[in-house]
Design a protein around this ligand. Sequence first.
Ligand SMILES: [Zn+2]
Ligand SMILES: [Zn+2]
Ligand SMILES: [Zn+2]
Length: 331
Amino acid sequence: MKTQIKNPYALNQDTTLIHIGDSKKGEKYRCPECEYEVIPRKGNIRVPHFSHKADFDCDNESQLHKTCKLLIKHLVQNQKFNKFTKRSNINISRECSICNKNSMDSIPWDVDNARFEVKLTNNSIADIVLTKDKEIVAAVEIKVTHKVDEWKKESMPIPYVELEGEELISNPESWKPISHNLGSKTCRICKTDIDSFYRRSVRIANSLDMKLPKDYFRYAPSECWRCKKEIMIFDWPHKAYDQIKDSELIRKPKSVRKHGKEFVPKSNGLYMRVEKQWANFCLHCKSWQADWNKDSPLHWFQCGRDDVESFKRDMVIIALQRWEDCNWNTI
Ligand SMILES: [Zn+2]
Ligand SMILES: [Zn+2]
Ligand SMILES: [Zn+2]
């Protein structure tokens, strides 16, 4: 006899999947895989489970695989939704593309049923497909011994998650995918922080009759060191003594102005007066805002490259104050 998994699930007389915790004395239970009788074992020492009668040969892996499939179908058909948030009780762990932390969120699909062993358009067979009004929405693969093939993952024509069989059985409502193709995701904490940064920035910019830049000029809400009023301050890829490119000048915020004078010798021996740099300026009290001001939100900030990707990344760093990610060597 092979070693059997301690399966906490079995089918009751109505062929409904039952957890050992819900099993009743006197009821008959059957194995989800071979459908022969199994007995509830609820001792104090061992983990409660259903077991086959002695000397019964039922394949361990197939039993686990079949149980997981039935379990997912059962979960989807019996989904509960929070009255207010409308979130499903089935949660999935996702990594935040910003803070890299894992957090639980309800499954991202509106589904009401599941089907097994369905051929997809890439000719692969999905262990389970989740459906809404009979339409296929997503696939779930169960890993018992073999992971999903790389080619299958890459060619997967619909969203999928791959779940570990034993993990699913012990935590059915908290899916922790070992692979998926769901794309990137921002966790609720990062999203809340970024939203409040943008709301504050928009409010201040509006009060100063300014528009927030969509590229090149990084920005942050700040307080003028002198009049203490709320202002927006900016940083950009070229160091202060360089000129801002003509193409960027058009989009230059009106509070970024030429600052300082310098006398440069001309060929005729006379001196020419030129502006030294661009700097942040308080539109309220007309004072210059120094980059080295320790109270400035951009005090530790080192601007990234002159491209849109770099701009977006910098704005996340500024919004979340994650200075450790600053790109000190990109200039
Ligand atoms: Zn069996
Ligand atoms: Zn996050
Ligand atoms: Zn001021």
